[in-house]
Write a protein that binds this ligand. Sequence first.
Ligand code: ACO
Length: 398
Amino acid sequence: SIDVSTLTRATGYTALDQGFVNTASTKSAITYIDGDAGILRYRGYPIEELAKGSTYLEVAFLLIYGELPTPDQLGEFDEKIRRHTLLHEDLKHFFDALPHTAHPMSVLSSAVSALSTYYEDSLNVHDPEQVEISTIRLLAKLPVIAAYAHKKALGQAFLYPDNSLSFVDNFLKLNFGTMAEPYVVNPVLSKALDRLLILHEDHEQNASTSTVRLVGSTEANIFSSISAGINALYGPLHGGANEAVLKMLADIRDSGEGVAKFVERVKKKEEGVRLMGFGHRVYKSYDPRAKLVKESADEVLEALGVQDELLDLARELEQIALADPYFIERKLYPNVDFYTGVIYKAMGFPTRMFTVLFAIGRLPGWIAHWREMNADPATKIGRPQQLYIGPPERHLDR
Ligand code: ACO
């Protein structure tokens, strides 16, 4: 690789790379991807091993601190997170100001931004104690905010976190429990959700992580930086794709046009028609996360005894696309978002919560990148160049 910043400065050239297709914005020791071989590793560990033998919090520790925790370290980390799940009571009133029709991703980013107002010390971005406590607060409170966004949309009362439960079980209870009845966590759901969250924990310099780093490079605090990352994730070409996939499958079912006809419309590039959940900037082979999600979809739906015609449609769509020269030539394969929505739906989450689940998954990665950027003395404020193509100098005719 070449350092274009010194090269172009010395030659007087500016490199134009729209969408950063071939420009590294940073060095990073967190995640390794080989898109042609379908390899994803967090801190050197293959995603397949972590997904099968680890937990969300263990992987969060690995991403943030660089090594897997010992049992004692994991216990301490888990305990600290459990102790910080409560939201300030005033912050709960913040939800009253929002309409119940609000998209939960907007609620999530707004509430995370609002955390800065309660924890102003987080503005001391180079104080290690502040970085540490902000890390714990984010991990503990994001799932609670997410569940309140869900409850708000339903018009149901917010529950207090139950800190006797594990991270994922607590989250399920906050979403699906009510004041009226005791809630018993289904271990199949809990295990499956934990695994899905692991698969989303980091993905190097994707749009939302790059956003977190760019905002953080101005020395904005971690809450503001991650709120910006949540907004970047919201878009349908990024995390919003999981919601878009389910909408696409439901549209195909409801229109009765059939999968083959829909694929023809995709190939003709009809306006606004893309095969959502397919294609990736980095993976030019099967996304390794998508393989694991597909396995989970089969397991979860079978364990819950759910038959979903949308899953059948998704399978048919995948089969047709993978045999079609349009997709083969462009190396378009299912990405992580293709099957997740079907599982989230079977778990009982409404479509609008899907990207919120992605955000909870991605949070440890955002934190790890913010901390890596913040601790690196080589970090500079992110400030891309442009090629000006507007009018030459002109003057007011007065
Ligand atoms: N359906 C149909 N055609 C597609 C798709 C798709 N999903 N994705 C890419 N293509 C086509 C493009 O039209 C283009 O064709 P052309 O060469 O004839 O012009 C070619 O494949 C290359 O596509 P680009 O858009 O240049 O690829 P890019 O790397 O910029 O985009 C992206 C990647 C945004 C993920 C794209 O594949 C896409 O829009 N996919 C659907 C949305 C989606 O699933 N997003 C989630 C991504 S994963 C994540 O964020 C977690």
